[in-house]
Write a protein that binds this ligand. Sequence first.
Ligand SMILES: Nc1ncnc2c1ncn2[C@@H]1O[C@H](COP(=O)(O)OP(=O)(O)O)[C@@H](O)[C@H]1O
Ligand SMILES: [Mg+2]
Length: 369
Amino acid sequence: MFKTMMEEVSIPMIIADSKGRIIFANRWLEKSLGYTRQEFLKSKLRDLCAPYEKIRYIFSSLPDIERTTEVDIDLQQKNDEIFTASISFSPFNYRQTPHLFIIIRDVTARRIREVKNREDEDRYRRLLAERNLLQNQLHRSSKVAFMGELAAGIAHEINNPLGIILGFVQDILDEIPSDDSLFESIKIIEKETARCVDVVKNLLDFARLKPPERIPVNIVELLEGSIVLLTPGIKKNKVSIKKNLKEKIPTIELDPQLIQQVFLNVMINAVQAMPDTGVLTLGIDLVYKEQSHESGNLIQISISDTGNGISEKNIHRVFDPFFTTKGSKGTGLGLSVCQRIMEDHCGKISIENRKGSGTICTLYFPIKD
Ligand SMILES: Nc1ncnc2c1ncn2[C@@H]1O[C@H](COP(=O)(O)OP(=O)(O)O)[C@@H](O)[C@H]1O
Ligand SMILES: [Mg+2]
């Protein structure tokens, strides 16, 4: 009865001795591997495997199996086709001699499904991350646009009175002798009013960003030119500059004034983050279509510093207009202006902390084919 049952159950089954020699195989094994039963009876378990599986540890430790053990092994059919099987080895004693009862299940379909599920899941996660990123960007852009209008309105209103105050203050300073008891106070009024004028000017720059006037530009030269503008400030800070401008970079169309503003804003931030000493590293590279998620080739410019970095708490806020950690010394408009300019150029800007210390700001410019 047991033998008949074994033959009828539609699962390949084997009985082997403890050395792995096949003593019995049911007809479903013939079906699944394509060998005849006579062929089986001459072979060992190991002979059913794909060539690369023959050295598996389990085959040399068959006599040591103490309880049912399941392993995935690739089996090879007579026609050389390979499939993955989950094989369970159950030891038992028959007439004081150890034997193995072996059941074979084809799990190829399951494995394929598992891999596919994993791929689907990965894709889903990627899409979700992309969506979140876009949502954040959209949120940020609309906030920037709104702030821009607001700032333009306020700045415009304040600009004229500030100009008038500054004019009168300067008149007074011209009139009173420098040993007058009020001279110092009025000097302070002048200085602080001038600072307000600066802030308002920044605001107006931010709000009144004109659409880019694009001309073909050699971006490497533009970047080098921006460094020159920055050099006086750099010497004072004992910051050294390292350049990795490897690739031959094609000319692209952009508004040089606006892009120079981006370079300067980012580099000034970098220099400010290294008050004592540090290294400012500039890199330009080409990113090819296949390496990026974009639809075309990109120019990638990276500006990194060895400064204090940005805290976890603030890293998501640095592009927010008016977000600054520099107190009255900052306006918090630098990076939001950069972002707007980059968006107007269909480019991208991102900033992140580097391993070790400091930040790296990366700018991407699309290259037209
Ligand atoms: N290279 C950098 N290293 C450290 N922090 C930075 C860097 N660049 C920007 N930040 C942070 O982002 C904030 C916003 O920068 P930004 O928009 O240029 O405004 P601001 O420079 O006027 O503060 C800065 O106050 C600073 O906290
Ligand atoms: Mg700044």
